[in-house]
Design a protein. Sequence first.
Length: 76
Amino acid sequence: MESHEENAAEAEFELAEMEERSDSLAEDIEAAKDDWAQKKQDSGVPGAGVGEHDEGPDPEVTGGGPAGGGSPELED
């Protein structure tokens, strides 16, 4: 049977691992946001622009669905 000190040490180790993964994930998210912002400014990236020649509204903004508007269709 493990002692309380061993349990506490293991919990602290797991907490440190979770914090490290959380920080890494936050960095990945920021990098993805920066990358997307850069791509939206590049007219050579299909579907990323915000100009008049785009194929429709951004589904992330309008709620999804195949046409970029309304609610996505749900299958039973």
